[in-house]
Design a protein around this ligand. Structure first.
Ligand SMILES: Cc1cc2nc3c(=O)[nH]c(=O)nc-3n(C[C@H](O)[C@H](O)[C@H](O)COP(=O)(O)OP(=O)(O)OC[C@H]3O[C@@H](n4cnc5c(N)ncnc54)[C@H](O)[C@@H]3O)c2cc1C
Length: 410
């Protein structure tokens, strides 16, 4: 926080920030006589600002005060992992309401509590956490600590994943394999197998029947790598964290019933659904126009169609930063910001809408090729080096910054 505060002071950003203000929606006002559907280029031109310029109307609320602002360009950085929780579907009368003798919350509500409140909430209780991604692993670990490892807490898992404890080595290996794959794709496969063997030898995956069916390459390609807190597996070995795999579950008055083991219900006091977020819906809902909402949602089988993961070819004067995931989100978001800054100061011209749409589909084809059935919306994990190179080329920078062919490989 200190760093962020000093950054804002240094660049004199505070006068431009409106705290405690929520954007209810944004609406594009096209100039009279203009027909957006006839545009062949973004906003009617190949540059950042349409010609003649439309405007965005931003409706905000701060406490009781509603306001509308007009701006020429909008950058949406509203995050993908917050706001709209993803709650699984349950059969009638078997959802959270059926759990009369316990409490169900989403990981979002757990995160909103401060440390002591969260510890108080789970202390002395039988807790079940549903999921196996970052939120689930962090919360399971915290619950085990809050209960001083005395009560075994359950982690309900639909699909196993490679849970990492060291991230750096894995990402380094992956980056090498991605680079080398330009020359020889079996090397990428070999690097993936090496990482799998390393994880299996380091952690007791076999013992707990937790060896994933998919490859590590597919996992990194779909940005579904999980990093566990330190000593996570120690807690598994002690029995304070218990894995329970199931195809699905529903609620009854005292806890959970599992689809593949209905005769053995699990009594519990608290269920925490670490089942993720609906980032695409959150992005969609910020637009007032149903047409723009449909552009964002696209079809159920495609990603949010963002050119260079930043701009929608048919939504003018607007960029999205931080929607696409990568193996290093901070770095990717920074590159996107630089790319966008270049675009905004007239640095380069955009291709036509049709070409941008074609480009989006081409990238999507590659994402799907590597992640297969584990394909998730907008993950550039496996292509992040090519992606960064592409942004550099658009900005007129040379992506090759090391001396020598072999140096570039690592
Ligand atoms: C459990 C968990 C663990 C993670 N671990 C890592 C990790 O180890 N390393 C890593 O790189 N990444 C990690 N991530 C991902 C990381 O959190 C995100 O990549 C990062 O926070 C994205 O930053 P952002 O600014 O794009 O979005 P956010 O951090 O989500 O910020 C969005 C902001 O927009 C505001 N906002 C949203 N809607 C509105 C609105 N309508 N009006 C006004 N304001 C609004 C929100 O209040 C928020 O302040 C993790 C994510 C989770 C959930």
């Amino acid at each position: 926080m200190e760093y962020i505060h000093s950054y804002a002071l240094h660049f004199n950003l505070y006068p431009y920030i409106k705290f405690n203000t929520k954007v209810i929606n944004i609406n594009y006002l096209v100039q009279e006589g203009q027909d957006m559907l006839s545009w062949s280029h973004w906003g009617g031109t190949d540059q950042a600002f349409g010609y003649p310029k439309g405007k965005w109307e931003i409706a905000t609320v701060a406490g009781q005060e509603h306001q509308v602002h007009e701006v020429e360009f909008v950058i949406l950085c509203i995050g993908r992992f917050s706001g709209v929780p993803n709650i699984p579907d349950f059969p009638p009368n078997k959802g959270p309401d059926a759990f009369l003798n316990g409490k169900v919350i989403h990981s979002m509500d757990y995160s909103a509590m401060d440390d002591s409140e969260a510890a108080k909430f789970v202390r002395g209780k039988r807790v079940v956490v549903v999921g196996l991604q970052k939120s689930a692993l962090d919360i399971a670990d915290e619950c085990a600590i809050a209960n001083e490892m005395l009560i075994g807490m359950y982690l309900i898992i639909f699909h196993t994943v490679y849970i990492l404890v060291t991230y750096t080595l894995i990402v380094f290996l992956n980056s090498c394999s991605i680079n080398l794959a330009t020359l020889l794709s079996p090397l990428r496969w070999a690097a993936s197998k090496f990482v799998e063997s390393y994880i299996k030898s380091k952690f007791p995956l076999k013992k707990y029947n937790m060896v994933p069916e998919h490859s590590f390459l597919q996992e990194i390609s779909s940005c579904s790598i999980s990093t566990a807190p330190e000593k996570f597996y120690d807690k598994v070995e002690e029995g304070s964290i218990i894995f329970k795999q199931s195809r699905g579950f529903s609620f009854y008055k005292d806890g959970l019933v599992f689809d593949d083991d209905v005769r053995k219900p699990l009594e519990t006091d608290v269920v925490i659904l670490a089942t993720g977020y609906k980032g695409d819906e959150k992005l969609k809902n910020i637009f007032k126009s149903p047409t723009f909402q449909n552009y964002i949602m696209g079809s159920s089988k495609s990603t949010v169609a963002l050119y260079r993961e930043c701009i929608h070819p048919r939504i003018p004067q607007l960029a999205v930063i931080g929607y696409s995931e990568s193996v290093a989100n901070l770095y990717t978001s920074e590159m996107m910001c630089r790319w966008l800054a270049h675009l905004l100061v007239d640095g380069f011209k955009l291709p036509s809408i049709k070409r941008m749409e074609k480009n989006v589909l081409e990238w999507e084809k590659f994402f799907k090729r590597y992640s297969g059935q584990y394909y998730r919306h907008s993950c550039i994990g496996v292509l992040h080096i090519w992606y960064n190179d592409q942004l550099c080329k658009d900005m007129g920078c040379n992506p090759r910054r090391k001396k020598g062919f072999y140096a570039e490989m690592f």
